[in-house]
Design a binder for this molecule. Structure first.
Ligand code: SF4
Length: 379
């Protein structure tokens, strides 16, 4: 990480410059508010992309230090995580989710940091599971976890109304996985979490593997082999220049095309259609009918054209792109006594003016920009 990317504070401690910049302006409220019963049920941005998915980060803390997300060099013992008081309460999160659902959101993904570290998370899930879309449908409620505490939480999550789950697992090679999570956490315990989630019925279960060339790309085929025929869907994710801390280089990216080619050599694959427009992963199924995989190719095959995702940080800042540099302070509206109609109107302005397309314009220069940390707004 270049010198220009860090700020120094007493005793020479490194502060990720990103922290110095999470200012977010209070959203503008248009004079014209939507009349009761006439709220916009579908929001589209400047590229006609509808708002469909809301990713909610419920904590900026994690018990792992994955080198491509929360490297220890930055997220060390002195790192200033957000104070409890600044986090959105479950009631505030549910209010935001209710207003987003009224405006067309159909899918909510809970993220972090590690979301299962947020105390009593099942209470929030219960509140979100009770929400409905304008036509009375429940939301598609899912969660991404590192699986570390899943075995003892899974029953409560399911009972609270969680529908599905995604577990991150970057290698089946125990020593390599321990090095990548950098807290010496064993593969076996994540596999136990996956089994527990499967047995609890949180299916279809997805497994996310971030592939970094020269680090764990040799584990791609073993990962595919291990879960082939299990019903679980492994998604292979290109290493991305998220945030400002993971030392990203294009040389470390294993293109999805190469990942598919490698698996196809061992287990022939064929492409299949997305489940819905805007789905992040490109789907491939095994020709022998034993299941499917996905690849997420933000670097080599940008999918901004159909991106339908908004992200809410743990302290209520709204980001309209994973690689954003600036957010919108929704918490200021929530705690400032603004009405639902005012917040919906503000959301309409934010999304209506959205033009994000970072992956389409990525360069070595943009990769060095100080962008929001993934551990802060979720993947
Ligand atoms: S780079 Fe931004 S706009 Fe493009 S797909 Fe990712 S989150 Fe969406």
């Amino acid at each position: 990480m270049g010198e220009s990317n860090v700020g120094m504070q007493g005793q020479g401690r490194v502060i990720p410059v990103a922290d110095l910049r999470y200012q977010a302006a209070l959203p503008r409220i248009p004079d014209q508010l939507p009349a009761p019963g006439h709220w916009p049920q579908l929001l589209r941005d400047t590229r006609q992309r509808r708002l469909h998915d809301l990713r909610i980060s419920v904590t900026d803390r994690c018990n792992f230090r994955c080198t491509y997300c929360m490297p220890k060099s930055v997220f060390d013992k002195d790192y200033a995580f957000l104070p409890q008081s600044s986090l959105l309460s479950f009631e505030e999160i549910t209010r935001v989710a209710r207003l987003f659902a009224a405006c067309g959101v159909e899918k909510i993904r809970l993220t972090g940091g590690e979301p299962l570290l947020r105390k009593h998370l099942e209470k929030l899930i219960e509140m979100l599971a009770a929400l409905r879309t304008p036509d009375g449908q429940p939301l598609d409620l899912t969660l991404t976890t590192n699986g570390s505490v899943l075995p003892r939480k899974v029953q409560a999550l399911k009972a609270a109304g969680l529908k599905r789950i995604t577990v991150s697992l970057d290698s089946l090679d125990d020593s390599r996985f321990r090095a990548m999570n950098d807290v010496d956490f064993p593969v076996a315990d994540v596999l136990k979490g996956i089994d527990a989630a499967h047995n609890a019925g949180l299916t279809p279960l997805k497994i996310n593997m971030v592939v970094k060339k020269g680090l764990n790309d040799q584990d791609v085929v073993p990962m595919a082999r291990h879960f082939k025929g299990s019903g679980h869907i492994v998604r292979f994710i290109e290493f991305m220049d998220v945030g400002a801390s993971n030392g990203w280089r294009m040389d470390d990216v294993m293109p999805s095309a190469a990942i598919v080619a490698r698996i196809n050599e061992a287990y022939p694959l064929e492409p299949i259609d997305p489940n819905y427009q805007g789905e992040v992963a490109e789907r491939w199924r095994y020709k022998d009918g034993s299941g499917e995989i996905g690849v997420i190719s933000s670097v080599t095959q940008a999918f901004c054209g159909t991106c339908s995702r908004a992200r809410l940080s743990t302290e209520g800042k709204l980001f309209t792109c994973l690689f954003a540099q600036q957010g919108h302070d929704l918490r200021g509206l929530l705690r400032g006594g603004y009405s639902d109609a005012q917040i919906v109107a503000a959301l309409g302005l934010i999304w209506g003016e959205r033009s994000d397309r970072y992956s389409e314009i990525r360069t070595a220069e943009t990769a060095a920009l100080r962008k929001v940390e993934m551990s802060y707004i979720g993947g």
